[in-house]
Design a protein around this ligand. Structure first.
Ligand SMILES: Cc1cc2nc3c(=O)[nH]c(=O)nc-3n(C[C@H](O)[C@H](O)[C@H](O)COP(=O)(O)OP(=O)(O)OC[C@H]3O[C@@H](n4cnc5c(N)ncnc54)[C@H](O)[C@@H]3O)c2cc1C
Length: 584
């Protein structure tokens, strides 16, 4: 299936990658990462939080020794050349330390990956083997104090010298691994105009780090400015083409966003484990707090939301891997596959980071006063996670990208969104329009029909927005935001339902819990989708037109609520009995 086709067609459970369908090889890699995290990373967290960068470097090297840095790297450069599902199971586990996950991401996703995608054979040969072993630590310097979201407005300047080499001047801001990275992917404008990526070694003259930032969280991750003062960069160190730095930046971020979503899943799972263990042993009013409905509601909701984002993350990994299977193993083919699923990656980033913030907020709440003090991990997790909504493209920027990319593809004729929206409009505005129709007994049929209804709503909003605003649609961020949220709920909800159906078909021992999580998610998504659609339609139409559109919306969204109180209790009780997240 091509990227975003799921918006127009029903999804297919049989071909979808899920945690239940990982191979033995994936499970072995996951186990290696898990042992590294439990045995070496978690015991080192306090020292990392005190900015022991030698320790951070040695943990990067250890990750290299275990093969965790070279998963996406061709074997000829020292890597393992494995699929994206393998990367996913690793980052989910590394996420137990958000600080080290940032260090790790700075290396694997932001330094190694752009070299794999855009490096020349000589550049790959020179740098990749030492990055893969962790001998070199990498960083990625795109942002500047005046250009974060608007990254292409960078002021750092590159000037070509007579001998073909470059001189770079400028200051990059908030660079992860900035205090100790050996190799930095720096973005600068050639003659102040052509945005270009350069491979910059710290050892080059004129390269230095500024002071460590004092951050809200991620204290165990180095974040500094990178200062380039007449920095000398050899001619051979342009990465990609001159004037095509945006390709390097955007393709790197396409993958980084998917990976960040996967890290968030790992964080959610860990926090659910902490919450259920704490709530089982903490007694108030003569009983464990786990027995109270209010706590079960929180835990059940944490699980349902985590299940949805986990399902969509695995689905994306499977889609990228299917696209790459049999394709040439060159950087351009990999970059094309990431671009194909850029909408999905943005969804993973937005839904992942916001689910994690929800889960960690409730984790603090379940810990009560202990959630607010440093003796417990809940407060650190809460602080550490906040930046996920800010970096790798803020969630506002990603929310604009999601409908923006869909509409661009529709206008290019790559996605049949416009005819589908038109046909739907005619159908909905006729009085005999079909309703979602519920009441059958096959497991999750109702939920699948609800997802079908959400898709109709998304098409109606996108179609009406394109008609109403035309080329000025990009100015209507609030409407685009509602559309993005509906699209996110479609992808997350459908991924959860397809996975649960797969679990039922495969007679998975936890199938009933999968079903419960999917039903809770879709039930609550229906309320969000309807609310968002009402607000968006009211912004675009008025009078009789608005009333007709709202009547059509009500017909489409005639969805009977399910007893989510009982379903959440089932999920919470199962997690409490297990002492952790139940669905993986
Ligand atoms: C801990 C940490 C680590 C980081 N690591 C790196 C790194 O390794 N490499 C790197 O290059 N950068 C890194 N960054 C920088 C990060 O990517 C930027 O902070 C981020 O892109 C946002 O840019 P900004 O801070 O300039 O915010 P701004 O762009 O000024 O945004 C401020 C607010 O305005 C909103 N906004 C901006 N433009 C629009 C718009 N067009 N429409 C709607 N809303 C808008 C944003 O969503 C946000 O809410 C890091 C940041 C932090 C905090």
């Amino acid at each position: 299936m091509k990227g975003a086709a799921w918006l127009l067609e029903p999804g297919d459970a049989s071909s979808m990658l899920t945690p239940e369908r990982l191979s033995d090889e994936h499970r072995l890699i996951a186990q290696t990462a898990e042992e590294f995290v439990n045995g070496e990373l978690l015991p080192a967290i306090d020292r990392l939080e005190n900015k022991d960068w030698e320790l951070a470097r040695s943990l990067v090297r250890r990750g290299g020794e275990l093969g965790l840095l070279g998963i996406s790297v061709p074997e000829e450069y020292g890597g393992l050349d494995l699929d994206k599902a393998s990367s996913l199971v690793v980052v989910e586990r590394i996420a137990r330390s958000a600080s080290f996950a940032t260090t790790f991401g700075g290396q694997a996703n932001l330094s190694i990956l752009p070299l794999v995608l855009f490096g020349t054979a000589a550049q790959k040969e020179k740098y990749l083997p030492r990055l893969v072993t962790g001998e070199l630590v990498g960083a990625y310097a795109l942002s500047e104090s005046g250009s974060g979201s608007d990254a292409l407005a960078a002021k750092t300047r590159a000037t070509k010298q007579d001998d073909g080499s470059w001189v770079l001047n400028g200051e990059k801001m908030w660079i992860s691994n900035g205090g100790f990275a050996d190799l930095i992917i720096v973005f600068a404008k050639v003659d102040g105009e052509q945005f270009t990526a350069f491979i910059v070694e710290r050892a080059f003259p004129g390269v230095s780090s500024g002071k460590e930032e004092h951050k809200m969280g991620l204290h165990g991750s180095s974040t500094t400015p990178i200062i380039l003062q007449d920095a000398r960069v050899p001619a051979d160190n342009v990465l990609g083409e001159i004037g095509k730095g945006h390709k390097v930046a955007l393709n790197t971020l396409n993958y980084g966003r998917f990976s960040l979503g996967a890290m968030c899943v790992g964080g959610c799972r860990g926090a659910i484990g902490d919450s259920v263990k704490y709530s089982a042993q903490r007694r108030q009013f003569g009983q464990p707090i786990a027995g109270f409905g209010a706590i079960k509601h929180k835990v059940g909701e944490m699980i349902a939301r985590t299940y949805a984002v986990e399902s969509l993350t695995y689905r994306i990994a499977g889609l990228i891997d299917d696209t790459l299977a049999g394709a040439p193993r060159d950087g351009a083919a990999i970059a094309r596959a990431f671009e194909e699923f850029a909408v999905e990656a943005s969804i993973g980033k937005v839904v992942g980071s916001e689910t994690l913030d929800y889960v960690l907020d409730e984790n603090v709440q379940i810990h009560g006063g202990n959630g607010f003090v440093k003796d417990y991990t809940a407060e650190r997790y809460y602080r550490d996670a906040r930046v996920n909504r800010i970096f790798e493209g803020t969630n506002e920027i990603n929310r604009m990208l999601i409908p923006g990319m869909l509409i661009r593809r529709a206008l290019k004729g790559e996605l049949a969104l416009i005819p589908a929206a038109k046909q739907l409009q005619d159908e909905l505005l006729s009085p005999s329009a079909p309703t979602a129709g519920f009441g059958e007994s096959e497991p999750l049929d109702d939920e699948l029909r609800a997802i079908g209804a959400f898709k109709k709503v998304a098409l109606t909003i996108l179609g009406t927005a394109m008609q109403t605003y035309g080329e000025k649609l990009t100015d209507e961020q609030e409407v685009l935001g509602y559309a993005a949220d509906i699209v996110c709920d479609i992808y997350a909800g459908e991924s959860a339902v397809l996975r649960a159906r797969q679990a039922i078909a495969d007679r998975h021992p936890q199938a009933s819990l999968h079903e419960a999580a999917a039903r809770v998610f879709v039930n609550d998504a229906a309320q969000r989708v309807e609310g968002g659609a009402r607000n968006a339609l009211a912004a675009m139409a008025e009078g009789d037109t608005l009333r007709t559109l709202l009547a059509a919306l009500r017909r489409v969204m005639k969805i009977t609520p399910v007893n989510t109180v009982a379903l959440r209790r089932t999920l919470a009780d199962a997690a409490t009995a297990k002492g952790g997240y139940i669905l993986n």
